[in-house]
Design a protein around this ligand. Structure first.
Ligand code: HEM
Length: 443
């Protein structure tokens, strides 16, 4: 999907709204404050007509996947057929930049407030990581789109079994039994739409092509629409030199002990050679698959180890950090304190304006070491994998309207792709990688 023709008119149309950034955020917080019922920490609220919206989304996504298949090249179709996924592709995030092996290392000495599920001090998990473009289809990497990072922790049941009682190992999706813990991320802090109904309109407009997606944001509720347009444009226009060197966000909330939390991962590449290369590459012509080429260049040709810090942003206030509106970024650290103070100085007096909101903590590190990076169209293992935010321990249960919709949509799409039924296990290479990384100085 090429969003390029959309960008400049979009920026012009919305520049006035973007200029009001501060007041938009304040008004959103203000309007939430005056709503009748304030939910508790981690508490969900169903959206109006939610079941109908989810059914509609399933149909739209299936249609989208069938449209992609129609315009695929013979080589792409052959790849799908080799991967034994039937004649259906991922409806979005179709194109990968590489499926790589790595390790997930939980920090030592995690505070008690942060120990839950897979986050137990000192644990290490082998992992599969799939890097992707968010757009449907196999368009050139330089087309504006979101970028995805999906990670599947393996051996979770085996590793946690040593620490947790058997009955604490509850999986949200029973048929994924024993198949790890998935985390899915995109390269911007906020989801581009607020409600499932708007998401449906947005997806329908994407199908129409051209300028149509932007009409989603031409609505009477200008402030909300401007906030959505800003998140959308911010995500698709980000200049990405390498998928291994940026930040990614869960955007949506997940259960975290007595409340909710969002996750983010930030590249911790400290290699100066890598950064110097990037400065040079910024002005180079970018090929259609440059993101795969750079992934291979880093991990295979240069033998570098890619590194990400995994942080948890805990929910401290259900209004400032709402569960059901993923278009509102959960601020952390100083910004969060500021927002909370601004909010506290309003009508609700029960928040101490001086209270510190130290709600973000790095809890783990993801390392992706030197390895052969198979070209995506030759990699049938990767094509056959299915990542799903609901493939999770109950302790990390997905929350909120978008996550509730994803449960049905991803499952439906993965079933259409005839996802492999055999358990996904760590192989010998995974174990070697984990051993090697456990003793490396980056951990
Ligand atoms: C209602 C909201 C959403 C819908 C309907 C949706 C839909 C989809 C679908 C249909 C797929 C393909 C799944 C498959 O065939 O296995 C997918 C993949 C993906 N989604 Fe979403 N998505 C939503 C929100 C999000 C959010 C909030 C994130 C992360 C912040 C995200 C990240 C990803 C990633 C990284 C992939 C690629 C997974 C892989 O590599 O296999 N999505 N999404």
């Amino acid at each position: 999907m090429n969003y390029l023709p959309l960008i400049f008119p979009a920026i012009l149309s919305f520049s006035a709204c973007v200029a009001q950034r501060q007041s938009v955020a304040e008004t959103e917080i203000e309007s939430k404050k005056t709503s009748q019922v304030v939910p508790g920490l981690g508490e969900e609220t169903l959206e109006e007509d939610e079941a109908e919206s989810i059914q509609k989304l399933i149909e739209l996504v299936e249609f989208q996947a069938s449209q992609i298949y129609k315009v695929m090249t013979p080589a792409q179709k052959e790849h799908i057929s080799r991967s034994k996924t039937g004649d259906t592709v991922r409806a979005v995030h179709t194109k990968s930049h590489g499926c790589v092996k790595g390790g997930f290392f939980v920090n030592e000495n995690l505070p008690a407030d942060y120990q839950t599920g897979v986050f137990q001090s000192g644990l290490k998990f082998p992992a599969w990581i799939r890097l992707s473009n968010g757009a449907p289809g196999y368009g050139p990497d330089k087309d504006p789109t979101s970028r995805g990072f999906a990670i599947k922790l393996l051996n979770v049941e085996k590793i946690l079994g040593e620490r947790l009682q058997r009955d604490q190992l509850r999986w949200s999706l029973p048929r994924y039994q024993g198949q790890g813990q998935d985390f899915l991320f995109l390269n911007a802090p906020a989801f581009p739409v607020k409600t499932l109904k708007t998401y449906i309109t947005f997806t329908e407009n994407l199908e129409k092509g051209g300028m149509a997606p932007l009409t989603t944001f031409a609505r009477p509720d200008l402030r909300a629409a401007a906030s959505e347009a800003r998140a959308f444009l911010g995500m698709i226009t980000q200049n990405v030199e390498s998928p291994l060197e940026i930040s990614y966000f869960s955007q949506l909330p997940y259960q975290f002990k007595d409340r909710a939390a969002k996750y983010r991962i930030d590249s911790c590449a400290k290699n100066s050679k890598l950064k110097k290369n990037r400065r040079q590459q910024r002005n180079e012509k970018k090929g259609d698959d440059y993101l795969y080429e750079r992934t291979r260049n880093t991990l295979e040709d240069n033998g570098e180890t890619a590194c990400f810090d995994f942080s948890v942003i805990r929910q401290m206030d259900p209004v400032v950090q709402p569960i059901e509106d993923s278009n509102i970024e959960w601020l952390s650290d100083d910004k969060s304190i500021e927002a909370a103070q601004r909010y506290a100085s309003g009508k609700r007096k029960n928040i101490d304006p001086k209270k510190k909101f130290a709600n973000r903590l790095t809890v783990a590190r993801i390392l992706i070491p030197q390895q052969t990076v198979t070209a995506p169209l030759s990699d049938s293992t990767c094509e056959g994998l299915s990542f799903n935010s609901w493939n999770a321990l109950e302790e990390h249960k997905p929350l909120g309207n978008m996550n509730r919709a994803r449960k049905a949509v991803y499952d439906h799409n993965a079933n259409l792709r005839k996802r492999r039924e055999s358990p996904i296990v760590a192989d010998e290479e995974h174990h070697q990688i984990l051993q090697r990384l456990a003793t490396s100085d980056q951990n």
